[in-house]
Design a protein around this ligand. Structure first.
Ligand code: ADP
Ligand code: ZN
Ligand code: ZN
Length: 831
């Protein structure tokens, strides 16, 4: 290293991405102290308007960019450097920048989402009464006005936050009065930084000192230790010379005074060390079995290994039916990466899958495993994140946002159940972690493996186009047969019973049969979204839009049916337009009702329900799944959460109720979702040595998604679905964007949407895209806001972005309020 390197001049300005819904970055001046210490990727506290914000340094420069036309006097000083060692790596800066650009969202918001929650420093506004204020209060104290009440409150409390005042007096009242009081100099306000919510955890620990460092006087005397002291030394030696204070006392079964004596004699030393909170601390680890890979597994693994060993970017689609042994391949691939000195990241869709699987990973990889998901405490997540950043955890498993984990030297990214909708972040900043996994691997020259039994249409299409290497596992381990799936035609049930039945007799007797044999069952209700639709009990048809081939949604308030793609409206018909039957029906049943009915019919069975409402408490889901696997529960009733990944060998029956609710959702992906769900859920039956049976209740047994789900033929489904997508111009044949315009005032939302539509049409003069809407979004009102939707179908992504950029720019000039506008690229749920 040269002893006096030529220092490049220090940067004078920093370009910051701020967590605000704006695309641009912001320039701040660096004070001399900051100039020396700021690095790319560090966080800086900066003033913004009346607040302070945490910004992310994305660029450092010596001079102002003239093109920006900013006067130096307009630029504010950055306030405080929040990390000496930048939190954000170059790789994450690049990935988040790409994501912000691709998804047309704010870089700062993506960066904020990339860090563990609670890392941002926030500020709050504090109010304090002045001596003038106290004098005034003496004069007016008998008055009962809100103003006087508030002054009194301030006089009684030293310093009060605006938030607290808002709670006491109502937010808008408090704000108005404080503004007033401040003008009269009766109160002052200032900003206070709230400490970051996540801090390293420290604990007292003990270390064994070596011979040389012992105090001289002790060395002269021969060291004679009593039994208790010996025990302490022994434990320290077993723990490589260092152990937590409390643990040591407990293990040695001694009091603190024994340790104090040893410390005085210079044998040990107490000190404070950082401890990492470990989400797997008390987990029981499973026993490991060392399988021979099957031929199919071995072949797939070899391809992945070859790519890993040559450190090149390569993307694989691991298409293996349920129970074909994909997980074993993931684990071996991660081992290979680790042997090559590289880190691995594995994304999984559901929190509920993580505990079981992460224990298995812990058993294989020990402390190298870190877990990232949203039901960890903020402290746990913070610690796991830092272990990854330090490079001491090189096998990372997590849900969606773990795609931004700061891996050191990433070599492998796995996305299990890659078709799963939970990889898509459904709110700003939008991103799809599955797609970012491919991009990240590409940037890092790493290997990416997308695994599924039912790959998303886009992914399989990509493998057909040669973008991904296809690896197939067509058979279950030990050639266990797939469960037999049968459709139960509910039209017949309806005709025979003359009334509406929730459960077909076939399903009821199958339940009885399974439990008579001491086997378990799962009953699943397929219900997504919130909208109701209209179905004919006679012929099983739902009523569809004549332009879009999409089910019309029923709007109770206006008593109309509406298409959420094009805005088409129709009256609710008295009779079915297809078969003239008058049994028109509005669909919508809940899991709770199902559970009640089943409890009444099968009073001897132990039944539990699993859905998002009943599973809000951490640990409850895991508890129920554990009980189910130990057969303390006979039957589980629930939503799609039940379909995923679980391995219960004694489940022989799966019943699916009201599958049509999913098929008829106003979304072009409804057939694909239904097919995936049924295939996954069928994969839950017959995983052990007992053969499984799947019964699917439907009013529409002819539907291709159901037919192919029954034969469990992904390829046949794929061929048919791809034809449908091509014919009606849906992805992957077009690039899709959905624009949501939302506001509490319908007219305001509509006016903004109208401006936007006009600008889009102007930008689309050459007709390279189709622009649909504005129409009410399927969720036409959410949280008190009206929502309008515009859909854009363009030939390719580049055209789509050009069109959008141009139109958004023009819309802004025409005073379209862009705060009401959300742009979503590649939406997966049109809600
Ligand atoms: P998938 O993830 O494809 O659904 P899993 O990896 O869960 O399948 O494997 C299904 C079952 O087969 C698991 O219980 C697993 O332990 C077991 N298994 C996997 N590979 C082998 C193998 N080579 N030999 C024996 N059993 C295996
Ligand atoms: Zn009909
Ligand atoms: Zn339509």
């Amino acid at each position: 290293m040269p002893s006096f390197a030529v220092n490049s001049p220090l940067p004078k300005f920093a370009e910051l991405a701020l967590p605000l819904p704006m695309r641009q970055t912001f320039t701040y001046r660096l004070t001399p102290n900051l100039q020396e210490n700021v690095k790319m990727g560090a966080r800086l506290l900066v003033p913004f308007g009346k607040r302070n914000l945490t910004g992310y340094v994305v660029e450092l420069h010596q001079t102002l960019d003239e093109a920006l036309e900013i006067e130096e006097s307009q630029i504010k000083d950055a306030l405080e450097l929040l990390d000496e060692d930048p939190l954000l790596t170059e790789e994450i800066l690049r990935l988040t920048n790409w994501a912000a650009d691709y998804y047309a969202s704010s870089w700062g918001e993506v960066l904020k989402a990339s860090l563990p929650a609670g890392m941002n420093v926030e500020t709050e506004q504090i109010v304090r009464i002045t001596s003038n204020g106290r004098d005034e209060l003496l004069k007016v104290s008998t008055a009962k006005t809100a103003k006087v009440q508030l002054l009194k409150y301030l006089a009684e409390h030293e310093e009060v936050s605006m938030r607290e005042l808002g709670k006491e007096f109502g937010a808008s009242t408090a704000q108005r009065i404080i503004r007033d009081l401040a003008k009269q100099h009766w109160v002052t306000t200032f900003l206070r930084n709230l400490a970051s919510k996540t801090k390293p955890k420290r604990r007292k620990a003990v270390r064994l000192l070596n011979q040389e460092s012992r105090v001289v006087s002790q060395e002269l005397k021969p060291l004679i230790l009593n039994q208790k002291q010996e025990a302490i030394i022994q434990i320290l030696i077993e723990n490589e010379g260092e152990i937590g204070f409390a643990e040591l006392l407990e293990q040695a079964d001694v009091s603190a005074s024994v340790l104090q004596t040893l410390e005085k004699r210079g044998v040990v030393q107490t000190f404070v060390r950082e401890v990492f909170r470990d989400p797997l601390q008390d987990a029981k680890l499973p026993k490991l079995n060392d399988f021979e890979l099957t031929d199919g597994q071995a072949e797939a693994f070899e391809s992945i290994k070859t790519a890993l060993d040559s450190s090149i970017y390569q993307a694989f689609l691991l298409f293996g039916i349920t129970g074909s042994g994909k997980t074993e391949i993931y684990i071996r691939a991660m081992k290979t990466a680790l042997d090559n000195g590289k880190s691995s990241l594995m994304l999984v869709p559901e929190i509920s899958l993580t505990p079981v699987f992460s224990r298995r990973l812990r058993a294989v990889f020990g402390d190298e495993v870190a877990i990232l998901h949203s039901s960890l405490s903020a402290g746990e997540r913070f610690d796991e994140w830092r272990r990854i950043r330090k490079g001491s955890a090189r096998v990372v498993i997590g849900t969606r946002s773990a795609i931004f984990a700061p891996l050191v030297n990433a070599g492998l990214i796995i996305v299990d159940e890659e078709h799963d909708g939970s990889y898509r972040q459904q709110e700003s900043p939008f991103y799809n972690a599955r797609d970012l996994a491919v991009v990240r691997a590409n940037f890092a020259k790493a290997v990416v493996v997308l695994g599924s039994a039912t790959p998303s249409l886009e992914t399989f299409y990509n493998s057909e186009q040669g973008k991904y290497t296809l690896l197939t596992l067509p058979n279950r381990i030990a050639n266990r047969p797939l469960a037999k799936a049968e459709l139960v035609d509910m039209r017949t049930v309806f005709r025979e019973h003359g009334k509406d039945e929730v459960f077909a007799p076939e399903l009821l007797s199958a339940i009885e049969e399974a439990h008579a044999k001491g086997e378990q069952s799962i009953i699943l209700l397929n219900r997504r979204g919130f909208s109701q639709f209209v179905l004919c009990r006679g012929c099983g048809e739902s009523i569809k839009c004549r332009n879009c081939d999409i089910t019309l949604t029923f709007h109770r308030r206006d008593n109309v049916l509406m298409c959420h793609y094009c805005g088409f409206r129709a009256k609710v018909p008295q009779k079915c337009p297809l078969c003239d039957s008058k049994f028109i029906y509005f669909i919508g049943e809940g899991t709770e009702q199902l559970e009640d009915i089943l409890r009444r019919k099968f009073s001897g069975l132990r039944i539990e329900r699993i859905d998002r409402d009943s599973m809000s408490r951490r640990g409850k889901l895991e508890g129920i799944l554990q009980d189910f696997s130990e057969h303390k529960i006979d039957m589980l009733v629930g939503t799609q959460m039940l379909a995923k990944g679980h391995d219960f060998p004694k489940v022989t029956l799966v019943g699916v109720v009201s599958v049509d609710a999913g098929l008829a959702l106003p979304d072009f992906r409804s057939a694909e979702r239904t097919f995936q769900l049924l295939t996954q859920v069928a994969g839950r039956a017959g995983r052990g040595d007992l053969p499984g049976r799947v019964l699917i209740q439907t009013f529409y047994p002819e539907h291709y998604a159901l037919q192919h789900a029954c034969t469990q033929s992904y390829e046949n489904f794929y061929r048919e679905e791809v034809r449908f997508r091509q014919k009606l111009s849906y992805p992957p044949f077009v690039a899709l964007a959905s624009i949501l315009v939302h506001h509490t005032n319908y007219n305001y939302a509509f006016d903004n949407a109208a401006i936007l539509k006009e600008c889009l049409q102007n930008a689309n003069s050459q007709r390279q895209a189709r622009i649909l809407g504005p129409a009410p979004a399927p969720l036409a009102r959410l949280k008190g806001e009206h929502r309008l939707q515009i859909l854009i179908k363009a030939a390719n992504r580049k055209k789509l972005r050009e069109l959008l950029d141009f139109a958004l720019h023009e819309a802004q000039e025409k005073f379209c309020d862009l705060k009401t506008v959300n742009v979503e690229i590649d939406p997966i749920n049109l809600l």
